[in-house]
Design a protein around this ligand. Structure first.
Ligand code: TYD
Length: 408
């Protein structure tokens, strides 16, 4: 793949910001693996043709999604509630009203969303190439196929199960570089009255919150509605609704269908206009974003160094993939952050990708509370603030970098 061309339009990309060498966002590792750690050059660029903001280079799929994939969707109570509501929204929608529903989820992970359909005995299929998380879903009784989705797989699914009326994905479409082939497959799989419903971190929020940590190896695109509308239009699929979400620090849910089948909600033009006002179709917006990101890095390093100088202890709260970008881009290692606490067993007792900060369990955080905790899971701040009242009452403070670097 030519890194100077858009992955979707094959037209030249305008390079906008360079994050330098980055490891895998979820590449938590043991000491013995330090010397063979994988790095790639992470930079983002904008295509005037497709309007997609994208990584110029991305590691191979097999480097990122495999039998030891470290991200389990069900690690947050907030996300469980969100996906329960997501499924309720579908049950209560006009798209879900026939007796022969067949629901397909792309990238079902541990089943956090599709489980709500399986539990109701609705015909369903999860597609999840990362074997370990797929096995957790299977353990819940979910029907899962462990392959990467492409047009060929769509034909196999149709011959075995027939076409789908709901094709859904959450935080998955933005992982896929070969969107043209995948969308062709989705279109093939979709019944004439079928609907594609997916959500991903939203470019409008990334720009306004300066949340550059949404870029890491897996997130090859951060979408705008403008780009999604343009992309699916090529396949005669129409954007029929948009619903902003609070998850992942600001996401967008996209509804698409075969052209002309459903009426378009007025939300579509409303949000598209907001995006035009924000300049999400203009190179200059991403140049300005690059300046904001550089400033954020300088402010963060300055704050952490000054706290350290005062003799304060600083820990990271949650070993998110996002934190990998912050730590490596800002060059923050164990000299500034003593440890990162995380509730996911597969991450614990390992080291953070690239900067090699120790990852410890939650008990360790409870027993060794730092003076400051950097909120790497800032997108779960409500849930975490609720949980950490004791930490804060005993003088502990949180740090964040969104939308500005500050002590909370
Ligand atoms: P998320 O923002 O979904 O991560 P990513 O950037 O990888 O998409 O956060 C999930 C991670 O945060 C997961 O490793 C578990 C951890 N976490 C905690 O350790 N404690 C918590 O209270 C929460 C909400 C998450």
């Amino acid at each position: 793949m030519n890194k100077n061309l858009c992955k979707v339009s094959s037209q030249p990309i305008i390079s906008c910001h360079d994050f330098g060498k980055q490891p895998l966002g979820n590449g938590f590792l043991n000491k013995e693996e330090f010397d063979k750690e994988y790095f790639f050059d992470m930079a983002i660029g904008f295509s005037k043709e497709s309007l997609l903001l994208q990584l110029l280079e991305q590691p191979e799929n097999s480097e990122m999604f495999h039998e030891e994939y470290a991200f389990f969707s069900s690690t947050s109570e907030g996300m469980k509630k969100h996906f329960k509501k997501f499924s309720d929204d579908i049950f209560n929608s006009k798209y879900f009203n026939n007796d022969d529903n067949f629901v397909v989820e792309l990238g079902c992970n541990d089943g956090i969303l599709i489980d709500n359909f399986a539990k109701k005995n609705i015909r369903h299929l999860g597609i999840e190439p990362s074997l370990n998380v797929a096995d957790v879903a299977r353990g819940k009784g979910i029907n899962v196929i462990s392959k990467f989705f492409e047009k060929k797989l769509a034909s196999e699914i149709i011959s075995k199960y027939g076409k789908a009326n709901i094709f859904m994905a959450a935080n998955v479409m933005c992982h896929i570089p070969s969107l043209n082939d995948v969308i062709e497959g989705i279109k093939l799989l979709l019944k004439p009255n079928g609907v594609i419903i997916f959500e991903d971190p939203y470019l409008g929020d990334v720009i306004t919150k300066k949340s550059y940590d949404q870029f890491y190896d897996e997130h090859v695109f951060i979408f705008s509605a403008l780009a999604i509308q343009k992309l699916f239009e090529k396949f005669n699929l129409e954007l029929i609704n948009l619903e902003p979400q609070l998850t992942h620090g600001g996401s967008m849910r996209y509804y698409l269908a075969h052209k002309g089948f459903y009426e378009k909600s007025e939300n579509v033009d409303k949000i598209i206009n907001q995006e035009l006002n924000l300049g999400l179709n203009k190179e200059i917006t991403f140049r300005k974003f690059s300046d904001d990101v550089k400033k954020s890095r300088n402010d963060l390093i300055k704050l952490l160094k000054s706290l350290k100088k005062e003799g304060k202890t600083i820990a990271g709260y949650a070993a998110t993939s996002k934190s990998t970008t912050i730590l490596n881009y800002c060059g923050i290692g164990p000299d500034l952050i003593d440890y990162i606490t995380d509730t996911t067993p597969i991450k614990q007792n390992k080291f953070s990708p690239g900067m090699h900060i120790p990852i410890v369990d939650y008990e360790y955080f409870k027993n060794n509370p730092p003076d400051y905790a950097f909120l790497f899971a800032w997108n779960h701040s409500k849930e975490i603030m609720e949980k950490e009242k004791d930490f804060m009452h005993s003088g502990g403070k949180f740090l964040t970098h969104v939308p500005e670097v500050r002590i909370l």
